[in-house]
Each structure stands twice: as structure tokens, then as C-alpha cells.
Design a protein around this ligand. Structure first.
Ligand code: SAM
Length: 286
């Protein structure tokens, strides 16, 4: 008979395994989460308990089981224009000076990174904000923008790339105007129009990996993801972001996250009841 409850020792082994492979740090009270999220994998792999499941995962050279464990442990909660102010900040504070640089010929492309893009609502909201900005600013076109959307979760990325959303997902924060302009009805679902999809490159990326391979970014959205990580991993990510931001680059995090005590490469600014961060080289840095 399968032992579906997790012992304290099994939890400790799996908790460390999960943190090692995706950075998600689970407190002692999260044993139930491991139990519920990994229950079906436990059955599928034929393991009798979480101890043998851990041993299988740890010994298994193939990335498949590891990816599925990570996928199961990620929380992909998201919605359109989440919190609104980040997109207002993008539209009124960040895009105008960048667009001016394009107009003056001092730059050709503006690069924006959605660092934990989940099922696509964040990068598509960025793309819609840009499309609207382009309509209001002649001479600036969607081709001037490159949006990179990354996530560790293969299933979230699959949904994001497909760009198909059911009525319940669409209802979560997408204004009618945006739905009617940027989506097409397809039976019971709404599909993102190609003109919007083409603006985004989706890529699987683990934030534990060096960020430098992504190239320089002008704006980084890193929202509702660091909340799951340890202080040292947060510090690693935010200082990595500082390294890849262009000299006039900006970082947007969520209101439940903070840079305080972690990095001093940023200056906090406020707009539209929200905070955003400008890259600013720490005093005394070379
Ligand atoms: C709660 S969602 C946030 C989605 C979006 N940024 C938003 O604000 O609505 C968190 C996302 O972080 C991703 N994630 C967790 N650990 C990660 C890691 N180590 N590298 C990259 N993405 C990760 C999860 O797969 C999940 O899709």
C-alpha cells in the first residue's frame, strides 16, 4: 500500500532537492504542499513512499523526473495587468525616454525581460502596453521592441506559447477593449493574435543560472517569484539583474517583494501608487 503522508525526514530530503534545483525554499510548515503537489507523481512512478521517491529522483540522471518535480512545485498564479501600476509605469515613465532614443537614432531596439512569465499574462500585458504606446507615438513600432519571457515551468511556458485562454482566465483582469483588440474567439477559448505573439520570445530559463547569457536589458519585470526564494538567492538574482541592466535600465518587482538589505544597486522611484527601481551604480563602485 502506498504511504502518501510524508515523514519529517522525507520532507527534509525533498525540500533540499527542490531548493537545489529551482531555488524554491520551503519552510517546515510546507510539508503538506510537497505531499499534495507530488502525490500523483508518487503514484505514477510506482514508488511506495516519499523516501523511495526521493531516492529515485536523486539517482535519476534523466532531467525528466526532475523537471516534473520542479514543475509541480512551482506556483503559476498570475493575471492580466497584475496590480496595474507596473504597466502604467512602463507606459508613462519607462517607454517615453527609450522611444526618444529610438527616434534620435541612438538605439535601435528596446529589450524587456519578463523573468517569471508563468502562463503568459505578464509578457502579453507588456506587449499590449507597448502596442498601445506605439499607436500613440508615430515612428515607434512594435519591431523596435524585444520581449523575452522566461520561466522554469515547462507546463506554464507551454500555455504561454499557445496563447489560448479560457473564459475564467480571460476574466481575470483583461479589459474588454484589450480582449477585443488583441484576442480572437476560438470556440470556448480566446487566442492571442499573432501580431501580439510575435513580439515575445519564450524560453525556458532557471533563475539559478547566470543571467549574463540573456544579454543587456532595458526593463526587467521580476514579480511574485523572489517571494519563494531564500535571502541569499534573492540577493544573487537582484545583483545579477543589476549586472545585465543597461545604464538607464529599470527593475519592477511586486509590492510584496523588497530590495531592502539585499542590494544597493538601485534607486527606488514612485509613480501611480507603485514603486519601481532605477539601476544606479553604488557609490564608490568602479
Ligand atoms: C507566481 S508566478 C508569477 C508570474 C508573474 N510574474 C506575475 O507576476 O503574475 C511565479 C513563477 O515563477 C516561476 N519560477 C519559480 N522558480 C523559478 C526559477 N528558479 N526560475 C525561473 N522561474 C521560476 C514559476 O514557474 C512561476 O511561473
Amino acid at each position: 500500500m502506498i504511504q502518501e503522508t510524508i515523514s519529517p525526514n522525507e520532507f527534509k530530503l525533498l525540500r533540499d532537492y527542490i531548493e537545489q534545483h529551482c531555488g524554491i525554499a520551503l519552510g517546515e510548515e510546507k510539508a503538506y504542499l510537497v505531499e499534495t503537489r507530488l502525490a500523483s507523481l508518487l503514484v505514477e512512478t510506482g514508488c511506495q513512499d516519499f523516501g523511495s521517491f526521493y531516492r529515485l529522483a536523486a539517482a535519476n540522471g534523466s532531467p525528466t523526473l526532475r523537471d516534473r518535480i520542479v514543475d509541480a512545485m512551482t506556483t503559476n498564479e498570475t493575471l492580466w495587468f497584475r496590480d496595474q501600476h507596473p504597466f502604467e509605469i512602463l507606459k508613462t515613465k519607462l517607454l517615453p525616454p527609450l522611444a526618444e532614443e529610438v527616434r534620435s537614432g541612438s538605439r535601435f531596439r528596446i529589450r524587456i525581460w519578463s523573468a517569471a512569465s508563468s502562463t503568459g499574462q505578464e509578457p502579453y500585458s507588456i506587449a499590449m502596453t507597448i502596442q498601445e504606446f506605439c499607436k500613440a507615438n508615430p515612428g515607434i513600432r512594435p519591431e523596435h521592441f524585444e520581449i523575452l519571457a522566461t520561466d522554469i515551468s515547462p507546463s506554464a511556458l507551454f500555455l504561454a506559447k499557445a496563447g489560448r485562454y479560457d473564459a475564467a482566465a480571460i476574466a481575470r483582469g483583461l479589459p474588454d477593449y484589450h480582449r477585443n483588440t488583441y484576442f480572437e474567439p476560438a470556440g470556448p477559448v480566446w487566442t492571442v493574435k499573432d501580431s501580439l505573439k510575435q513580439m515575445i520570445t519564450y524560453r525556458r530559463f532557471n533563475l539559478q543560472d547566470p543571467l549574463d547569457s540573456l544579454g543587456k536589458m532595458d526593463v526587467v519585470f521580476c514579480r511574485y517569484v523572489a517571494i519563494y526564494f531564500s535571502e541569499s538567492f534573492k540577493r544573487q538574482i537582484y545583483s545579477g539583474i543589476a549586472r545585465i541592466l543597461s545604464p538607464s535600465g529599470h527593475l519592477i518587482i511586486s509590492a510584496v517583494e523588497s530590495l531592502r538589505g539585499l542590494v544597493d544597486d538601485f534607486e527606488a522611484l514612485s509613480h501611480a501608487n507603485g514603486t519601481y527601481y532605477r539601476y544606479s551604480r553604488p557609490k564608490g563602485a568602479p
